[in-house]
Design a protein around this ligand. Structure first.
Ligand code: NAP
Length: 216
């Protein structure tokens, strides 16, 4: 059991909810959550107040403005602004209030579009990103670099801020919106509807040339 409270930012999202289930299954009781309506993580003053009052000892940062190709392409300003603000506010205020352990959720789209496969960690910042989600990826890279920088500058104080890069995720609580979902739930929905409707063909976005490994 962890000492002190564990704050899960984004606990109603797919990843955040899964983290809460895993922590509860391991017997953690002091789990701290706030809905988006209760605490807007882009609001620096509100985030500062929250950390100063609640003083969690650990943080899982699974809150983000998230979406698939179409949403990223339509709302690039929202993707870069909101994600930069959420990361800057949560990581900095966590540090300022004495949080020693923090886990930041990145994304595999931070790596160059044409990186060698399988992608290795040192491919980061070695080439052009996929243009459709570049603003989102740049924000995620900033979050990773914040964790690295805080470790470098304040590591002697015992802080340990880590980033993980999940690939395509899917599972309970996923978003199956026809246009705004990620590729795996989108494919599940299309194939399911095609089966239910007895369709003879299923339309998949893109040119058909990209290849992907989905670990199911
Ligand atoms: N899903 C994937 O395939 C995938 C792959 C790689 C990495 N990731 C990463 O994993 C993390 C979580 O993804 P997810 O799929 O779980 O996303 P999600 O289901 O959309 O959940 C994101 C959560 O963040 C909350 N949130 C967004 N903006 C907020 C704000 N300004 N203030 C407070 N809360 C806010 C959302 O609340 P509302 O819904 O109320 O706004 C939601 O509960 C993200 O960092 C994402 O980049 C996901």
């Amino acid at each position: 059991m962890a000492e002190g409270k564990i704050y899960i930012a984004g606990h109603r999202g797919m990843v955040g909810a899964a983290i809460v289930r895993a922590l509860e299954a391991r017997g953690e009781r002091a789990i701290l959550t706030r809905t988006h309506a209760e605490l807007d993580l882009t609001d620096q003053a509100a985030v500062r107040r929250f950390f100063q009052i609640e003083r969690p000892s650990q943080v899982y940062l699974a809150a983000a403005k998230v979406g698939g190709i179409l949403a990223n392409n339509q709302f690039p300003a929202e993707f870069i602004y909101k994600n930069l603000m959420i990361e800057a506010n949560v990581i900095h205020e966590a540090w300022a209030s004495g949080v020693k352990r923090l886990l930041f959720l990145g994304s595999s789209c931070i790596y160059p579009k044409l990186a060698d496969q399988p992608i290795s960690e040192d491919a980061l910042l070695t080439g052009q990103l996929e243009p459709t989600n570049e603003p989102y990826a740049i924000a995620k890279i900033a979050g990773i670099k914040m964790c690295e920088s805080y470790n470098r500058q304040y590591g002697e104080d015992g802080i340990d801020y880590r980033s993980v890069m999940p690939t395509n995720l899917y599972g309970p609580g996923d978003n199956y919106h026809p246009e705004h979902s990620h590729v795996v739930p989108a494919l599940i929905r299309r194939l399911h509807e095609a089966k239910v409707n007895g369709a003879s063909a299923v339309a998949i976005w893109g040119t058909g040339t990209p290849r992907a490994n989905f670990c199911m």
